[in-house]
Every structure is written in structure tokens, then in C-alpha cells.
Design a protein around this ligand. Sequence first.
Ligand SMILES: [Zn+2]
Length: 161
Amino acid sequence: MTVRPIRMFDDPVLRAVAAPVHDFDRELRRLVKTLTATMRAGAGRAGLAAPQVGEAVRVVVYAYDGKAGHLVNPRLELSERRVTADEACLSAPGVWWPLERSYMVTARGRDMFGKPVTVRALGILARVLQHEVDHLDGVLFSDHLEESERARFLAEALPAG
Ligand SMILES: [Zn+2]
């Protein structure tokens, strides 16, 4: 199992729109395993998106509260009900910030063999899925903050030097 270094907030790969997966091949299965191993390598890690290990393809993994898995080419349906909770990103270690997200999601995508999968989640896991799918579109969670708050966030996430 390979654990890869996690790309930090200012890495351009985190701003790219990730490409859809077309080939459900060995390389994809290896990537899912690498993402899972990298997520599990640190305590409290609940999700990881492929761009965070430098691969701009639409793959995410998640593990929270006994629910774990992966999604290839995920699409999310969001509930109108929204809740605010502290959120963090492995690409900006140690910085937690309150953020409003949908309370429930239905995620549809494929597994690493190409089989369609649906994941229904609420609360923290719903938040994790929204956060990870954002990464596939080059969106960082600080992008959801008000401008003044974002400046404060970036000052904490990217200390000078
Ligand atoms: Zn993140």
C-alpha cells in the first residue's frame, strides 16, 4: 500500500477541474487503494480527493462513523436544509473554520469496477462528501467563505514564508 504526500493549499493541482474517469482499469484500482491508504495514514481523516495526491481525476474516498468507501465520477444531490459546522482540509492542516453546507446528500457515481453506486449521507459524512467533490472542481472550502473571512482563513492556512 502506498501512502502519498498530500498537496498543500497553494498547489495548482488543487485548482484544476479534474477529468472524468473513462477506464475502470488496474491503474484506477491502484489509485483508489493509494487514496484509501493515504486517508487512513492519519488520525481523524474522513475523506480525500485524488487531486490532493496530485492526480486530477474524479475519484474520492471517505471514511466516517463506520461508513467507508470510494466514488468515481460522483455527482451530488443536496438537501435544502443546511447546517453550519467546523470544517478542515488535509491540504490546510490544523485550520478549522465554520462553514454552512447541506445537511444531506445523495451521491451517485461508480465504483472502481464501473458499477453504479449510490451513497446517502447526512451530517458530517454529507459534509465530507461535499468537501471532497468540491476538490474535483478545483474548489477549496475557503472559497465558500465571505471575502473578509477568507482573508483571515488564508492568513492562517498559508503563513508567510
Ligand atoms: Zn480538503
